[in-house]
Design a protein around this ligand. Structure first.
Ligand code: SF4
Ligand code: SF4
Length: 527
């Protein structure tokens, strides 16, 4: 509504429209003048900075204190859906100019406008009036003030104690009190502090820690210009036709989707580094929502983001931004299309067969490294239902539900070969459906392992195991102890690890086993 109104009234050069979180990706898909502020971790910093004259909230991932925070900066707030009304009066049927007048005269705290066209008019008119009024308002304390405020710190340590990631906020504040802001800058960069605001709530001196952080980062944020590939929506059928066979046979080792929120244990850089690792190893890397933006915030030594280094093709070494979190459905959609287009599985009324196909044949894995919202949990569960495993970051265990497999229970990995009807010895592939990793080092080999599927050809299995063993060895310093579970016969052993793997096989008394041509769990006990 806002972009349309600006276009229709010729004001597209007068105002800037930017988005945070999924809204950023959605508006930039719609209009190429829209700007991306960044993932959700930017929300409080951005609101505190007072840059916005008007804040429009959608239906998810909005801080519950957004109204109070915005009011403190004389920013008008408009709600747009009955899912988040913020207690604001519904003025959808009111004349637009009257609503604008009430907003700028502070007769109302904000308004709920359910008509997008009217919202566009109200938002633009309000911003034009408020902008000059707000131009001289001081939004953040200056650095001298920050030093004085920081010097009041009692070193009680509560800020650090309550921090979900135990970030060294106290140390940063103490240093700021001495006039050294480098520690605060370190927290600001890469969203190492994702500005949940919990430390500020607990501070016994009531120091405005988030405002202090936003001010210290102001200089850095001016240099923060990144590129992101626009969200593109679903994978096309022609693309699926091209990658269907190599994916199911294992020549492309997997599809890995980096999704979810920005509650990263050590900042957003980790997500980009993980994506890079798998791109280098020929995986198809998909991304959505805040994950897509975090990946765009990482530049290599030449100053290029991953989006500038890898193509946007849905193919090996492709980095595909599918869109906002809503576009996670397209990640699942791509795997469904593999079953439908490549294997001719009918779609209608056929959930079970397709999920069974994906679970046993499509090497896909989701990664929600900074998951914390209910939405992220719901998405992971939805993805799991289709047979796709998901690795969560360390905060994932707080969801209090993981789907962990037991590799030690051999009888639970039996598999049916639909071609012969035989029930065969199977393998833990994939071993888990929902797994929370403590560190990036733990997550990387696990993600590679969770892309192994019973239909891999010997060549495909070698490629996948090579990736798994490489990553495991790099971070754990030894050969993966469960490698024998994934060797069906000697042809599966990656050449570079042949000698070591053969030693393990001998140690555990390994025997070759029959490979299911059409592996399935349907019609098995406990199905
Ligand atoms: S805002 Fe949150 S993440 Fe940042 S230091 Fe404070 S408690 Fe930690
Ligand atoms: S909670 Fe406040 S007073 Fe206590 S250590 Fe942190 S910044 Fe200092």
């Amino acid at each position: 509504g806002i972009m349309d109104y600006m276009d229709e009234t010729g004001q597209e050069e007068d105002l800037e429209v930017c988005g945070i979180c999924c809204a950023a990706i959605d508006i930039s898909r719609y209009n190429n003048r829209a700007k991306v502020v960044g993932p959700m971790s930017k929300q409080l910093k951005f609101v505190r900075s007072g840059v916005a004259d008007v804040i429009v909230v959608d239906e998810q991932c909005v801080r519950t204190d957004v109204l109070e925070e915005a009011q403190a900066k004389n920013t008008a707030v408009l709600a747009t859906t009955d899912k988040i009304c913020l207690g604001l009066p519904d003025l959808t049927d009111e004349d637009a100019d009257k609503v604008v007048s009430k907003l700028v005269n502070k007769e109302i705290e904000g308004a709920l406008i359910l008509d997008p066209e009217k919202l566009g008019e109200i938002a633009v008119k309000t911003a034009k009036i408020l902008s000059p009024e707000r131009a001289n308002m001081k939004m953040l304390p200056d650095l001298d003030e920050i030093q004085k405020l920081a010097a009041e710190c009692t070193e009680c340590g509560w800020c650090q104690r309550v921090c979900p990631n135990s970030q060294p906020m106290m140390e940063a504040v103490v240093k700021a009190g001495e006039g050294d802001f480098t520690k605060l800058e370190e927290l600001y960069l890469n969203d190492v502090c994702y500005t949940c605001g919990r430390c500020e709530q607990e501070c016994e001196r009531e120091l405005p820690l988030m405002s202090m952080l936003a001010k210290v980062g102001e200089r850095l944020s001016k240099e923060e210009k990144f590129t992101i590939r626009a969200g593109r929506g679903p994978a096309q059928d022609v693309e699926i036709r091209k990658v269907g066979a190599p994916l199911v046979l294992g020549d492309i080792p997997g599809v890995i989707a980096f999704v979810g929120c920005s509650n990263y244990p050590e900042g957003g850089k980790e997500v980009a580094e993980m994506a890079k690792e798998f791109l280098e190893r020929n995986y198809i890397v998909l991304t959505t929502g805040c994950g897509a933006m975090s990946i765009g915030e990482y530049k290599d030594e030449e100053g290029k983001t991953l989006y500038e280094q890898y193509s946007g093709d849905f193919d090996a070494r492709g980095l595909v931004n599918m869109g906002s979190c809503v576009s996670n459905s397209h990640v699942v959609g791509a795997t469904i299309k593999v079953a439908n287009i490549f294997a001719k599985k009918p779609l209608e009324g056929n959930f079970e067969e397709i999920a069974d196909y994906i679970l046993n044949r499509v090497g896909a894995c989701g990664v929600a490294w900074g998951a914390y919202s209910q939405k992220a949990a719901a998405i992971a569960t939805g993805v799991n239902r289709w047979g796709i495993p998901v690795v969560l970051g360390p905060h994932g265990s707080k969801y209090r539900r993981l789907y962990l497999g037991r590799a030690d229970k051999k009888e639970s990995w039996k598999i049916k070969d639909l071609r012969t009807g035989e029930v065969l010895e199977g393998e833990p592939a994939p071993e888990h459906l929902l797994y929370a990793a403590e560190t990036r080092e733990e997550a990387l080999p696990m993600i590679a392992k969770l892309c192994i599927r019973p239909t891999d050809t010997a060549k495909g299995r070698q490629i996948k195991l090579n990736n798994y063993l490489d990553l495991y060895k790099r971070y754990f310093g030894r050969l993966a102890p469960d490698v024998h579970l994934f060797i069906r016969n000697e042809k599966d052993i990656p050449i570079t690890y042949k000698k070591d793997v053969l030693n393990i096989l001998e140690e555990v008394g390994w025997k070759p086993r029959k490979i299911a041509q059409e592996p399935s769990l349907m019609g098995m006990d406990g199905d």
